[in-house]
Design a protein. Structure first.
Length: 214
């Protein structure tokens, strides 16, 4: 029987040494297990269904298919696997391509080990972790007014859920706050994503801020 207290993590990165270092860190940390490492997107697509990771850590710059291309293929094939980008790149284009592709977070490889583990747990619990440098860029980009999305598209309850997302609450925390079930919050999140034409909680938060939806 699967131990739900252990966060199952897979790593997709072409750097063998980095994969090994990261897998050792995960396996030596309480509450984490590295269930697989992949050197390419094709390898990941063949094995993810068998390995069943909760979180996939994905590099951007790889030979062959880039991390952005890999992200889109993996999210299409395995939509329940949460993907967090882990890379050396912090330029705006790669950040927003990742968010549009469905990544739940974006961390830089220079992040301290404790921050990385904290971010993985946050993503597992329904959060959207970013390195501080990346978070600032996201906020700066979305501080300009737009008004392209009509707030009336969202129900009052969906607005409450969206506001909680912006405040950084996990899915479980939102359920507790609104006195509803975890699955009810997931249902509202699905509706929010559909109405806002987004693929991830990170993109929903960014679009809500940009369009002043709550």
């Amino acid at each position: 029987m699967r131990n739900i207290s252990i966060i199952r993590v897979a790593i997709l990165d072409d750097d063998e040494e980095f994969r090994e270092i990261l897998s050792v860190l995960l396996n030596k940390s309480d509450g984490f297990k590295c269930v697989a490492t992949y050197a390419s997107c094709d390898e990941a697509l063949k094995k993810i269904e068998e390995d069943l990771p909760d979180i996939l850590l994905l590099d951007i710059e790889m030979p062959g298919k880039s991390g952005i291309e890999s992200l889109k293929e993996i999210k299409t094939a395995f939509p329940t696997v949460e993907v967090m980008m882990l890379t050396v790149y912090s330029d705006n284009e790669k950040i927003f391509q990742s968010l549009r592709g469905g990544a739940v977070g974006y961390l830089l490889k220079k992040s301290p080990a404790d921050k990385l583990l904290e971010a993985i747990r946050e993503a597992y619990e329904g959060g959207a972790p970013f390195s501080g440098e990346v978070a600032r860029k996201v906020l700066q980009y979305f501080q300009t007014p737009a008004g392209q999305v009509n707030p009336s598209l969202l129900s009052d309850r969906e607005k409450e859920v969206l506001e909680s997302l912006i405040e950084g609450h996990s899915t479980k925390a939102i359920a507790d706050k609104l006195f509803v079930s975890f699955h009810t919050v997931r249902f509202h999140l699905h509706n929010i994503y559909t109405k806002l034409h987004v693929n991830s909680r990170s993109e929903a938060v960014a679009k809500a801020i940009k369009n002043k939806l709550v």
